[in-house]
Design a protein around this ligand. Structure first.
Ligand code: TXA
Ligand code: MG
Length: 313
C-alpha cells in the first residue's frame, strides 16, 4: 500500500492533523521534499532524526507561512525583514538568534542558541503550514547523507515506511536545497550555497557575502559535511570526457548518457541534478559515474557544492 497522497484540500487537512498529533508528513517545497514535524513536539522531532538516521547535533530548518511569526521566536531587525520581503517565499534560509528559552525547540535547534528558518515557495507547503498552525521543521526527506528527494516517489523509495503521509506535489522546481545565510552578526556569511544565487543576494544588499569554508567536523557551524548527497556508486567530477566504463552525465556541449542541460542553463541543471544522480546510480553498470564540469556562477555554486560532497570518498 502506498502512502503517497494527492495534495487536495482534504488531504492537506488530514496531513495537518498528522502534524498536530505528532506524526511525520513529507511534503513538496520548491527546492526538495521535506520531512516535516511540529517544531514544538520534541517526540515528533526526535522521530525525524531517527527516520533519517541523522545525528542529533545537526539542527533542522523551521518552515513558516507568515513573516510575523518570526518575532515570536527569533531576534529580528530591519535587515532580516528586508531580506524576507525580497526573497520569501523562496529558497533562502536565515540563521537567527533565538530570543526565548523554549525547551520544546531545543531538539530542533540541536541545543544551539540560533535557529534556522525559511518560507518555502510552494502552495502545498504553505497550505500545510497554515493548516497545522505551527512552524514545521523539515530536513530533506531522505536518509542521512544520501541523495535528496525531488519527487514523492524518491521519498517513498528512501523513507516509505517511516513517514505517515507523503503529499505529492510533482517534481521540485528548483531541485537543490535553499541557500543558508547567517544573519547573527554584522557580516553576512553564506553557510550553504543553494537555490538563491549569491550574486542576487549581493546585488540586493549592495555588499559582498562571505562564503563559509566550514568545519566539517562540526556541522552545527556550517551545517555541512564533507560526504553528503552521495550516490552508491563512485563519482568523478569536473570530467571533460568519460573514461571507459563510466556513466557520463553531461552539461551543455559535454554530451553524455544524460545531459543536465543541453542549453547550459544552470537552473535547469539544478532541477535535474538529484534525479539524474539517482538514474546514474541505477544504470552505472560498473559502479562508476562521471559528471561534466559545471560553471561556478549562479546556481552553479550550489551544484558544484553538492557534486563535491557527493564525490567525497
Ligand atoms: O531547501 C531546504 O533547505 C530543504 C527544504 C526541505 O526546506 N531543507 C533542508 O534541510 O535542506 P536539511 O536539514 O537537509 O539541511 C539543513 C542544513 C543542515 O546542514 C544543518 O546543519 C543546517 O541547515 N543548519 C540548521 N540549523 C543551523 C544553525 N542553527 N546553524 C547552522 N547551520 C544550521
Ligand atoms: Mg539534507
Amino acid at each position: 500500500m502506498t502512502n503517497i497522497y494527492n495534495p487536495n484540500s482534504q488531504n492537506i487537512q488530514k496531513a495537518a492533523e498528522v502534524i498536530k498529533n505528532g506524526g511525520l508528513v513529507a511534503f513538496p517545497t520548491e527546492t526538495v521534499y521535506g520531512l516535516g514535524a511540529n517544531v514544538y513536539n520534541a517526540k515528533a522531532v526526535a522521530n525525524i532524526f531517527a527516520a533519517k538516521q541523522r545525528p542529533h547535533f545537526d539542527p533542522l530548518i523551521s518552515h513558516i507561512a507568515e513573516v510575523d511569526i518570526l518575532k515570536t521566536y527569533a531576534a529580528t531587525d530591519e535587515r532580516v525583514f528586508a531580506l524576507a520581503k525580497r526573497f520569501w517565499p523562496g529558497p533562502l534560509t536565515f540563521v537567527l538568534k533565538r530570543i526565548e528559552e523554549n525547551p520544546a525547540i531545543d531538539l530542533a535547534c540541536s541545543g544551539l542558541r540560533t535557529l534556522t528558518v525559511r518560507m518555502p515557495d510552494h502552495p502545498v507547503a504553505l497550505s500545510l503550514i497554515k493548516a497545522s498552525g505551527v512552524p514545521i521543521v523539515a530536513p530533506s526527506a531522505n536518509k542521512y547523507q544520501s541523495i535528496s528527494p525531488t519527487t514523492a516517489q524518491h521519498v517513498a523509495d528512501g523513507l516509505g515506511d517511516k513517514v505517515d503521509m507523503i503529499l505529492d506535489g510533482g517534481a521540485c522546481r528548483v531541485g537543490v536545497e535553499s541557500t543558508i545565510i547567517d544573519l547573527t552578526s554584522k557580516d553576512i556569511v553564506m553557510l550553504r550555497a543553494g537555490g538563491t544565487a549569491k550574486e542576487n543576494l549581493e546585488e540586493f544588499l549592495g555588499e559582498k557575502i562571505i562564503l563559509s569554508s566550514g568545519n566539517p567536523e562540526l556541522p552545527t557551524a556550517p551545517g555541512q559535511l564533507l560526504r553528503h548527497y552521495a550516490p552508491k556508486n563512485q563519482l568523478r567530477i569536473n570530467a571533460d570526457f568519460p573514461e571507459k566504463d563510466e556513466f557520463y552525465i553531461g552539461f551543455g556541449s559535454y554530451n553524455g548518457e544524460l545531459n543536465l542541460s543541453p542549453q547550459a542553463d544552470l537552473s535547469e541543471a539544478a532541477a535535474n541534478l538529484f534525479a539524474y544522480l539517482r538514474i546514474a546510480d541505477s544504470k552505472a553498470a560498473n559502479g562508476k559515474i562521471a559528471v561534466a564540469p559545471i560553471p561556478l556562477n549562479g546556481l552553479g555554486l550550489a551544484i558544484n557544492d553538492r557534486l563535491k560532497r557527493a564525490s567525497y570518498k
